[in-house]
Write a protein that binds this ligand. Structure first.
Ligand SMILES: Nc1ncnc2c1ncn2[C@@H]1O[C@H](COP(=O)(O)OP(=O)(O)OP(=O)(O)O)[C@@H](O)[C@H]1O
Ligand SMILES: [Mg+2]
Length: 399
């Protein structure tokens, strides 16, 4: 029976920090990791202001997003269930013990959904360790994962390949003028995802608004800020599956910003994702398949597939697209580790697109692993063979 390693990072839900690794030094304080110091540093310490950013909700900046990238026990359980359809699942939480456990367990293949502990290359750590130990794994390689977690480098690569993406600048200092970019602009942390640091305040109509928000983001997220031309058109997100000529786009997810509270911006940021959309009161923001004509659908698919291949994505990725004023689909960002919340009420776009294509959650995860296994010559049981084995086992147990 195949042994499927399962690499993930779990949000601290019921219990406190579960990572167990050594604490980072304050000067390395990376995105997504400041909690290690939080509990240890006295409020009177000079470090306290660095690692205890004051909640700033009154200004429109919501900062309670530290673990937004990591997965809940519900998602981890659902993925484990899906993987168990392919073999014996070996849980490998991507914490300090991960390297040793990976080496000791040596699964036949690792399903990777670990967002990583710290640093701008955090998403590449698990695949890099798999590569180091020669263990096959699913999804993109360390280089592509790091590349896509740098939104500016990603855009440089897209631009080189002639793939439309909004004009941009990277700011390291709030007083820098964004050159020839015309207002309004949209600003965002360079190395985040899951809408971390993305609020309505990031839409800036003037140089002074931009200065204030860039200063806030630089201080809060401790990383450069991307300033982009604001794309005024419709937004879509595209789930892509497969490799080579067989790569395909699942039904496109369109966003209907009309359902946002009146007066809000047409942006799918922290408010829309985590505050206004709740399982008990889901925001009906998505339509899948998006109601667009065939020509636009074809153009979006062409752009998205070109981006997927240009960036070296493998097995799966989710790509965000927005139309510019001329109606041209621009790539906003690429997510080689797409969110996969299992509960339809959670409005997770990749599973939503899969459902629209008639693909169940379990089939989606298994398809991703199968693409990875095919690429690397790993033998997995066919669905039929596995179902047969299960019914034989059931018959044996009942006799
Ligand atoms: N240049 C832009 N013009 C208009 N809107 C933008 C632009 N860049 C980002 N946005 C809005 O902000 C949202 C979040 O941006 P982005 O996708 O880069 O952040 P993210 O946190 O990485 O997203 P995800 O939650 O998909 O990981 C987009 O879905 C879009 O609504
Ligand atoms: Mg996005």
């Amino acid at each position: 029976m195949a042994r499927i390693g399962f690499a993930y990072n779990q949000k601290p839900e019921d219990e406190e920090a579960r990572t167990g690794e050594d604490e980072p030094r304050a000067d390395e304080e990376p995105p997504s990791s400041s909690r290690h110091l939080r509990s240890r540093i006295d409020a009177s310490s000079p470090l306290a202001s660095v690692i205890h950013p004051s909640p700033d909700a009154s200004s429109g900046n919501h900062t309670d997003d530290e673990f937004a990238e990591w997965d809940s026990s519900e998602t981890i359980g659902a993925v484990e269930h899906a993987l168990s359809g392919l073999g014996e699942v070996v849980r490998l939480e991507a914490n300090a013990e991960f390297p040793e456990r990976l080496r000791a367990e040596r699964p036949d293949i690792v399903f990777n959904m670990a967002e990583g502990l710290r640093g701008v290359n955090r998403e590449s750590h698990v695949p890099a360790m798999c590569e180091f130990f020669g263990i096959p794994y699913s999804g993109s390689d360390p280089f592509t994962l790091s590349l896509c977690l740098d939104k500016a480098r990603t855009k440089e690569c897209l631009a080189y390949h002639g793939i439309p993406t909004a004009p941009f600048r990277v700011l390291h200092d709030a007083s820098t003028h964004p050159g020839s970019l015309a207002f309004p602009v949209f600003v965002k942390p360079l190395h985040e995802g899951s809408s971390k640091g993305i609020t309505e305040r990031n839409y800036c109509r003037t140089a002074s608004e931009m200065r204030d928000q860039v200063a806030f983001l630089l201080d809060r997220y401790r990383q450069p800020v991307l300033v982009e031309q604001f794309l005024t058109g419709a937004e879509f997100t595209c789930a892509v599956l497969g490799n080579g000529n067989e790569t395909h786009v699942l039904p496109i997810v369109g966003m209907n910003f009309d359902v946002l509270p009146s007066g809000s911006l047409p942006v799918y940021g922290f408010e829309a994702k985590w505050l206004w959309d709740r399982p008990d009161e889901p925001l009906e923001i998505f339509e899948c398949p998006a109601r667009i004509d065939e020509a636009l659908r074809d153009t979006i698919e062409r752009v998205v597939l070109a981006a997927y291949h240009a960036l070296g994505c493998r097995d799966w990725s989710r790509i965000d697209v927005r139309l510019d004023a001329a109606g041209v689909p621009n790539v906003v960002e690429v997510n080689p580790l797409p969110g996969i919340l299992p509960n339809p009420a959670d409005n997770s776009c990749f599973p939503k697109a899969a459902r629209a294509a008639g693909v169940s959650y379990d089939e989606l995860i298994q398809t991703c692993v199968r693409h990875a296994a095919d690429r690397q010559g790993v033998a997995l049981p066919s669905n039929a063979a596995r179902a047969r084995r299960r019914s034989v086992a059931r018959a044996a147990a009942s006799s």
